[in-house]
Design a protein around this ligand. Sequence first.
Ligand SMILES: NC(=O)c1ccc[n+]([C@@H]2O[C@H](COP(=O)([O-])OP(=O)(O)OC[C@H]3O[C@@H](n4cnc5c(N)ncnc54)[C@H](OP(=O)(O)O)[C@@H]3O)[C@@H](O)[C@H]2O)c1
Length: 385
Amino acid sequence: MANEEAEKKKNTTSSEAKQPLKTAKKKALGWMEWLRGWFYLVYEMIFQRILASHLQNPMPLPPINDLTCIVTGSTSGIGREIARQLAEAGAHVVMAVRSTNRAQELVRQWQEEWSGKGLPLNIEVMELDLLSLDSVARFAEAWNARMAPVHVLINNAGIFSIGEPQKFSKDGYEEHMQVNHLAPAMLSILLLPSLIRGSPSRIINVNSTMHYVGFVDPEDMNVVSGKRKYTSVVGYGGSKLAQIMFSSILHKRLPAESGISVVCNTPGIVLTNVARDLPQFLQVGYRLIPYFIFNAEEGSRSTLFAATDPQISEYCEMLKADDWPVCAYISHDCRPTNASEEAHNIETSYKVWEKTLELVGLPSDAVERLIEGEEIKCRYGNSQE
Ligand SMILES: NC(=O)c1ccc[n+]([C@@H]2O[C@H](COP(=O)([O-])OP(=O)(O)OC[C@H]3O[C@@H](n4cnc5c(N)ncnc54)[C@H](OP(=O)(O)O)[C@@H]3O)[C@@H](O)[C@H]2O)c1
């Protein structure tokens, strides 16, 4: 622990030296950062198809018969494509979903479509509701009890309740923050024993270019203090930035010997159910611009690339060796790219890391203890529903 603290201090200090103006006292994104963020979003929207024109669709996958991949939110949109394509490439796919009936129906349909093309698809369905931290803990307990490996965990499930008023989960957290960041972060930590068993393994977080317009105040992760006005963009952008910040520290804390790579990626702007909360007239507009917007198959490529490309682990190790402040970030056109300027604020990233572990009821040294093979206690998971 002393070494870790020294390492943490070293990282923080070197970052402060490099970026003296970025302190945790910052209250919001600067105007220039905010404008640059929106510029990136518009740029992605207009040029994503051109930038990704070198990619095949569907993306050819390497042989993955020996991989077990957990995909959250695989009943719809990008996650549905990811699960189907991984299964068709031979992987054992676990659909971690809140609607198990819908997932079973999809599996039945995919098996039918696949029939005659190869061995039956190896897919199973497990219940996971990210709006309940009890459900996350129960999922991890059930999986870890099998003593089976996980090679790829894809934290795909997400919400963007556009224009909706602020809502809170029964755990008391703002819903974007819980579904898009807190619950996947908790799942990643709790599944570490299985990811170690599957090493070399990967945690892939389906993130978003919207993190460029996001800001996280670690003292006010749920945007309740009144210091900032809540909008769905504040909720969504903040949750995606928090995910990158947490992932960056997880990436640093996992020793190279663990063989676990942590990656965030952006799928591009994709026509899925994510826009279900848009007003009707905007939904029509959204569907009228298919030339610019990826379909779900195109939108699944950066995640599938991050999950299966053989060079990803090497790239992550290189970032770690260089003491780069942010974990690997893969763009919609499957190229390593840079996360936002704010994501490089390592002092805030450490605070987000600590606050996240506190909010999900895990000890601050959870990673180190799990790596050592110790069991850890979690505040959630024992209550009956
Ligand atoms: N579409 C885009 O343009 C875009 C751009 C950037 C990033 N992303 C990210 O891509 C990811 C996938 O989004 P999508 O576009 O494919 O949206 P989608 O079609 O709405 O799919 C979201 C999935 O997440 C699941 N989910 C939502 N709340 C959940 C909960 N409480 N517990 C468990 N699962 C839950 C949904 O399950 P149900 O079917 O049961 O609702 C669904 O399967 C998200 O993380 C999103 O932020 C999307």
